[in-house]
Design a protein around this ligand. Structure first.
Ligand code: EPZ
Length: 429
């Protein structure tokens, strides 16, 4: 019998027997962070929407549960990783704390609920381990489209007297989520909206392409500027979610850190140029062929000083993984985490494995020259968890990683994929 999530939350661990060079080819799954806003945007339409290449991970299941909880009919298609969504009836405009607390992207249903129905009660996501993660940018920008809101007992209560009305909005700070919420809301607002200083992560471009594919009228008119004409009648269509660039980057580092030799399949190299350039500078040998990246690791990793930044900068979602690789360098490196306040939780665990990393404020000083030692570890957030796996893959002996439910939120079949590449990794319940 399938155990429920709460049980797996307490029980599941990973055991990794490391010091093996990874070899072979790995196919990249659909992008979690593209799929989440696209699922939220399905609220705009009452026509049939077919989504393909959804990753089968916990966050996506949670978002689907959220849609079902408001009345969407979601069917799993016979084709793997595809679903059919149809909103035949009026949807509820309530998203509960239970669903939003484990997956912050739940807040993305606020924009489409307001655009379609003029009211919504959505749980605030609260803080989370990697930082405070407020939603003020989402709310202030939605207010410019004409909504009023109050936060009562942890819920955003929002409504607008009339249909949302297009406006000129300049985001004071680049935010992926706020840009997405506003794109979705204004694609059904009356008139024209201009959004400037938008986040331009590839997942945002995928969201725009999806909305246009179901009848939206959104155009990039500058590098960070969108012009959106409100649409009313969305149409039936199907859409294939883009591949996961963070998963691809994670496997690139898996190859580099184990001195392996991998073919990464099904990823557009153009969307991970920054990562490829950095890995090349650090000594990895990378060859690109259309939608395939071949990477060969080296035992002579160079050092680097680097900052995380909004796209096209180096992604915060790859910071922990890169840190593991930099531990292998012969010289000292510095990483500045510029996006989240508390995203160094992997550091303490990596140090327990023999790394020499010190942190001061938002900077991590990585001494290098580390041969990771197997240990018993505790995973904290999604990307920290995968960083511990990367370190464990290089360590002789058995590393046990506890609390791996974070991993299941965002990496599709990670043990299976790694095993196929020669890793000795298993899940213990
Ligand atoms: C998205 O989170 C991703 N999540 C994150 O991935 C990713 O780390 C992050 O973007 C940055 O790239 C999804 O796409 C579902 P932001 P999001 O709004 O949208 C501040 C993963 O591991 N801010 O761009 O929440 C915020 O605190 C996850 O897959 C405000 O101040 O990130 C942060 O410092 C983790 N007010 C910065 O902006 C707001 O209203 C950027 O956050 C919103 C954000």
């Amino acid at each position: 019998k399938r155990r429920n999530f709460t049980q797996s939350l307490i029980m599941d661990k990973l055991e990794v027997f490391g010091a093996k060079k990874l070899k072979g080819s790995v196919r990249i799954s659909g992008s979690k962070n593209a799929a989440l806003p696209i699922l939220a945007a399905s609220i705009l339409s009452n026509k049939k929407i077919i989504l393909k290449n959804l990753p089968n991970v916990k966050d996506i299941q949670t978002m689907i549960k959220l849609l079902e909880s408001i009345g969407s009919i979601v069917k799993y298609s016979k084709k793997k990783n595809s679903i059919i969504i149809q909103n035949k009836n009026k949807l509820k405009t309530f998203a509960s704390y239970n669903l939003v607390k484990t997956m912050r992207a739940g807040i993305l249903v606020l924009g489409p609920m307001l655009a379609r129905y003029g009211n919504a009660i959505v749980s605030t996501p609260g803080g989370c381990t990697i930082g405070v993660r407020p939603i003020d940018l989402h709310l202030k920008a939605l207010a410019k489209l004409g909504i009023n809101y109050k936060i009562i007992d942890g819920y955003v209560h929002a409504h607008s007297k009339k249909k949302l009305k297009g406006a000129k909005i300049k985001f004071p700070k680049k935010s992926v989520g706020a840009t997405e919420n506003l794109i979705i809301a204004s694609s059904m607002a009356e008139g024209t909206t201009i959004l400037s200083n938008c986040a331009i992560e590839p997942e945002i471009k995928d969201l725009v392409n999806f909305i246009n594919c179901i009848g939206g009228k959104i155009k990039w008119i500058g590098k960070r500027t969108l012009k959106i004409h409100g649409a009313n009648n969305f149409k039936k269509n199907e859409y294939t979610i883009m591949p996961d660039r963070i998963e691809a980057g994670t496997y690139l580092i898996a190859a580099a850190v184990t001195e392996g030799n991998l073919k990464i399949l099904g990823i557009d190299p153009n969307i991970i140029k920054t990562e490829i350039n950095i890995l090349t500078k650090l000594g990895a040998k990378i060859k690109i062929k259309n939608e395939q990246i071949n990477i060969k690791g080296t035992n002579d990793i160079k050092n680097i000083n680097i900052k995380t930044a909004p796209y096209p900068g180096f992604p915060t979602d790859m910071q922990g993984q890169l840190m593991v690789l930099l531990c292998k360098s012969k010289k000292r490196s510095i990483i500045s985490e510029e996006i989240f306040e508390n995203r160094f939780m992997h550091v303490a665990e990596l140090n327990r494995m023999g790394a020499k990393i010190k942190t001061k404020g938002n900077k991590a000083f990585i001494e290098g020259n580390t041969n990771f030692k197997a240990a018993e570890l505790m995973a904290t957030d999604l990307r920290a968890s995968v960083s511990l796996i990367l370190a464990a893959l290089t360590a002789k002996g058995k590393t046990t990683i506890n609390r791996i439910y974070h991993l299941d939120r965002g990496y599709e079949q990670i043990e299976k994929k790694l095993r196929k590449l020669g890793a000795n990794i298993r899940r213990v319940s």
